[in-house]
Design a protein around this ligand. Structure first.
Ligand code: NAP
Length: 639
């Protein structure tokens, strides 16, 4: 089954095509031309300015862009109006190598298998499991529980379905979507480009915006669940509260809480796809329950509370608050922003822009333009920006910057912020972060945030909150009387798999074993917890590199399916990662994280709680692919 919408090449006249090309992403267009013609001479060095992977339109001048559009006209105009019957083939190895090496500015030989999987041709799915349970082990009764029906859970379910492995998905909510179902706060949208933030094998060409709203992402997931058939295999409203490994029978016993009460089921394997950022965290502020007005967390937005004319306090200035505050300012009579650490802002002029019809036309009609555009969005995750976060101990690192490159990034972001503050110099002290770029999530900026903070009806308060009161809160000795308090205070990101009780071999408790420092091999498997696989588990959060967590979930799904293949093919009942493999891997991950901006800085936050990052992946997206592409049986005890 293929999910790609059809690409429909059509013959159009020159003027119409010229109009469509006006909104093309030029680097992607260049790669498309090279692909369609097989002529890589169009990929000239002089078209690739330094830093081009990160600049809008690759930093190409208007003249250069016009030149590329002219070349595209020549290639795409069809004399006589003929339309080819068959679409071009995906690029062969050499062509892929040449185009991507040029685009990345360094040899991509080592990345070619990954790139071939990412550059998915229409209707193709190169990451699909190439085996079936019936083929490997016809008599097997092996069946799997998937916990969660968000991006990761739906994917795991689909891969199991492709392999013909029976499964059930348990989802606590009444619908699919996970975090995209739960977060409905005003302004909620992706901050990874929508053309990348989707399954590689199920692209969507008609995203209305470059960074779509929550409703659009949720609709994509609903459509995927329906079209793939996995929606029929989901038990909604069922929360897995506990699971226990039964070593004698090699089974997981799952305790399910649902409308009919509690019951227990058994499965041979469990895939936990419960997410990282979905258990709201309320800060431990004295008097929190004394507030007499309405108070709620960003991820549990109270749509019954009309904010019109109300005085609203928003606690936090992370990614959620950053989207909420500009939306409610102007509706509320007054917004008090309680800020501890301000965010670094990354210029993204098109952050709130729609995708023009002409650009959408290109995705729908120019073969492989959508694929090269996706690659263009993905490429910085493969090498690119990671170096900007790496600590240089000779620099030496400070809370200003952890390396010369990090300092240059800081200067670039600072310049963009200061350009917005010329008419509000008093804000400067409040909104310029005092920690290195990358130590917290960098947020996408098109000017809305600082414009909002400049408003007369918005006030930024940086004094620590002393206590909540019946009429609001007190900070810096000042009383703030408000009608509504919004806790945009984040999630229990480092408390993986909570609140489930998970008991492994010999009665060992997962959370006791972790002792507040969750670890897993590849973020997926844990010693003494056989046949338990995590998606978006410990240390799988890719930090601002251009890839996305969907990509990480696809890597994990490939690995988990390969582990199940190994179980079935070997006739084993259980598979458990060797402790020494797990420990050596985590030492390597910890060393990487210590030498990243978030590991070095003392600023804290969910990237680094308690002095050790349990969330972040400190290497490249390509590194994770290499490690998860296939299971090494020598790393596991098979029984
Ligand atoms: P967050 O990044 O953890 O931010 C929580 C905010 O609350 C921070 O500003 C934090 O300050 C502040 N805070 C916490 N306790 C406080 C206290 N006692 N007093 C004052 N301030 C307090 O949470 P989030 O904004 O919900 O975002 C979490 C993650 O979810 C994001 O990083 C992102 O990965 C994801 N997300 C993504 C999007 C998107 O655009 N796709 C949108 C929302 C969320 P400190 O910084 O000082 O700790």
């Amino acid at each position: 089954m293929g999910f790609s919408p059809p690409v429909r090449p059509v013959a159009v006249d020159e003027e119409t095509l010229r109009g469509h090309l006006a909104d093309a992403e030029i680097p992607a267009l260049l790669m498309t031309i090279a692909h369609l013609t097989g002529d890589v001479s169009v990929l000239r060095e002089d078209l690739r300015a330094p830093g081009w992977l990160f600049a809008p339109q690759g930093g190409l001048t208007a003249e250069q862009q016009a030149e590329v559009r002219e070349s595209a006209l020549e290639v795409l105009l069809r004399p006589g109006g003929e339309v080819p019957e068959a679409l071009p083939e995906p690029p062969g190895r050499d062509l892929l190598h040449a185009i991507t090496t040029w685009a990345m500015g360094s040899d991509t030989e080592d990345l070619l298998p990954l790139l071939a999987e990412e550059l998915v041709g229409p209707g193709d799915d190169p990451k699909a499991p190439g085996w079936t349970r019936a083929g490997l082990s016809p008599g097997s009764d092996f069946q799997v529980a998937v916990i969660g029906a968000g991006f990761s859970g739906l994917l795991a379910a689909y891969r199991l379905a492709q392999a013909g492995v029976p499964f059930v998905v348990y989802e606590k909510n009444p619908d699919v979507g996970g975090t995209w179902f739960e977060n409905t706060y005003p302004g909620c949208r992706t901050d990874v480009a929508s053309h990348l933030y989707n399954y590689s094998f199920a692209p969507k060409y008609d995203w209305p915006d470059h960074f779509c709203g929550q409703d659009v992402v949720l609709e994509y997931l609903r459509a995927f669940a329906k079209d793939s058939g996995v929606g029929d295999r989901i038990r909604f409203g069922i929360e897995v509260s506990a699971m226990r490994w039964d070593d004698e029978r090699s089974l997981w016993h799952l305790t399910l809480d649902g409308p009919a009460g509690e019951r227990t089921v058994v499965h041979h394997a469990v895939i936990s796809a419960v997410g990282q950022l979905n258990r709201p965290r309320l800060p431990d502020i004295p008097g929190r329950d004394s507030f007499a007005g309405r108070a709620f967390h960003s991820a549990a937005w109270d749509h019954g509370t009309d904010l019109s004319g109300k005085r609203v306090a928003v606690i936090g200035t992370g990614a959620s608050a950053y989207q909420i505050i500009p939306e409610i300012a102007g509706t509320a009579s007054e917004v008090v922003v309680l800020q501890r650490n301000p965010p670094w802002l990354r210029p993204t002029p098109h952050y709130h822009r729609s995708v023009p019809d002409s650009a959408r036309w290109l995705f729908e009609h120019v073969p492989y333009y959508a694929q090269w555009y996706r690659f263009w969005l993905f490429a910085p995750g493969l090498r690119g920006i990671l170096e900007g976060w790496v600590v240089d101990h000779d620099h030496p690192p400070t809370e200003r910057a952890v390396s010369a490159l990090n300092d240059r990034l800081r200067a670039t972001l600072l310049q963009a912020m200061e350009a917005q503050l010329t008419d509000a110099p008093e804000l400067r002290e409040l909104v310029i972060p005092a920690y290195p770029v990358g130590a917290k999530r960098v947020l996408r900026d098109d000017g809305r945030w600082l414009a909002t903070l400049k408003r007369d009806d918005v006030r930024v308060v940086t004094a620590p909150i002393e206590r909540m009161t019946p009429s609001g809160l007190r900070a810096g000795g000042e009383e703030f009387d408000v009608d509504v308090i919004v806790y945009a205070t984040g999630f229990e990101a480092s408390r993986f798999l909570t609140p489930m009780r998970v008991t492994g071999r010999g009665g060992v408790d997962l959370h006791d074993g972790w002792n507040g420092a969750p670890r897993a091999y590849l973020g997926i498997t844990v010693p003494e917890f056989p046949n338990l696989f995590c998606m978006y588990g410990p240390n799988t959060n890719l930090v601002g590199q251009g890839g996305s967590i969907v990509y990480f979930s696809e890597c994990a799904a490939t690995y988990i399916l390969d582990a199940i293949r190994l179980l079935l093919a070997s006739g084993s009942r259980s598979l458990s990662v060797r402790a020494e493999v797990h420990d050596a891997y985590n030492a390597w991950v910890d060393a990487g994280n210590r030498d990243r901006a978030w590991g070095w800085s003392k600023v804290g936050g969910w990237y680094n709680e308690g002095g050790r990052s349990a969330t972040n992946w400190p290497y490249t997206a390509g590194d994770y692919w290499r490690l998860t592409h296939a299971v090494d049986p020598t790393e596991y005890e098979l029984q």
